[in-house]
Design a protein around this ligand. Structure first.
Ligand code: OXD
Length: 317
């Protein structure tokens, strides 16, 4: 391993987070010099790595000696949307153990909320109403369909399976996962949707996923189905989702990601009685967990191995 302290610029959590990033990196890669994104004393040619969330367009192109871009989030669209991004640079997705765990927790939270009709319980409390009601079905009788079977989708499938749900999954290309009925490609999407009581969106934003869940596909879900989205907001045509809720075709939705974000204050989703809106909070990883993930990727890079969790432009994630 190189003994020179190589510079990593960090734009994640603001300047106030830098001392914690330094402590976290010192534990796992002590030879890394951790600097704040806007540290004026850093010469651009000295920057070897960046760890970023929503870097300003044009900024990364300034670092001519940059070797690897680390995304501080699970997705990379906040980086690849930069028209000036040098396309040859490798980008590593954040897939820390805590990132995966927290999204899976969110998925279970939302699926349970939809299945047990948590919104109805909250509404009853708000009205001081002692309302006893039965859930229409148990987890054993509920078919959950996960769109996106990467690390997060596969782990979510395992957790949901452990809760008793019948789990299916849909991915771009064929997959095989224990206990999960797998569907793939656009040709199998309709069949997957018709057998899904609660749909879980965990897809990245790509040309192929944009607008995939439109009125026609939402109509393929059985009447009374619920929808959860924790991938990217571009997956769902929101007016179509709202129309399906208003028409009673869908029972409820639990949504963490929107297009655009932040969700504008006048967006109907905020006040819709059947939509739970959360503010892109599904994935959360502590700085030490993210530093460990970066350190493991750097160790592979320094050994000359393939970078793990590398973004593949031809796939779009
Ligand atoms: C993301 C994240 O990429 O929150 O969505 O990590």
């Amino acid at each position: 391993m190189d003994t020179v302290r190589e510079i990593i610029l960090v734009k994640s959590g603001g300047e106030a987070a830098i001392p914690e990033w330094r402590r976290a990196f010192a534990e796992v890669v002590p030879n890394l010099d951790v600097r704040w994104w806007d540290d004026a004393s850093v010469h651009p040619d000295a920057v070897r790595y960046v760890l970023v969330w929503q870097p300003e367009p044009g900024r990364i192109a300034r670092y001519r000696s940059l070797r690897v871009i680390f995304s501080s989030g699970a997705g990379v669209d906040h980086i690849t949307c930069d028209p000036d991004l040098p396309r040859y640079l490798p980008i590593v997705r954040m897939a820390s153990d805590e990132t995966i765990q927290t999204v899976c927790e969110y998925v279970c939270l939302g699926v349970l909320a939809i299945q047990r009709d948590l919104r109805r319980m909250i509404a009853a409390q708000a009205a001081c109403l002692w309302e006893e009601f039965e859930p229409p079905r148990t987890a054993f009788q509920t078919r959950v369909g996960i769109m996106g079977l990467g690390n997060i989708g596969a782990s979510s499938a395992r957790m949901l399976h452990a809760l008793g749900y019948q789990v299916a999954g849909w991915a771009r290309s064929p997959k095989s996962l224990d206990g999960v009925r797998c569907f793939s490609g656009v040709t199998e999407l309709d069949a997957f949707l018709t057998q899904t009581d609660i749909l879980v969106g965990l897809l990245p934003d790509t040309v192929e996923t944009r607008g995939l869940l439109d009125a026609r596909r939402i109509a393929m879900l059985p009447r009374g189905a619920g929808v959860l989205n924790a991938g990217r907001g571009t997956l769902i045509v929101m007016p179509d989702l709202i129309a399906a809720l208003d028409a009673g075709h869908l029972s409820s939705a639990f949504v963490d990601v929107f297009d655009p974000e932040p969700l504008p204050p006048d967006h109907p989703a905020w006040r819709h009685p059947r939509i739970t809106v959360t503010s892109h909070v599904a994935a959360f990883a502590s700085r030490p967990a993210r530093a460990r993930h970066v350190a493991a990727a750097l160790a592979a890079y320094w050994r000359g191995d393939e970078l793990p969790h590398r973004y593949q432009p031809e796939r779009g994630y």
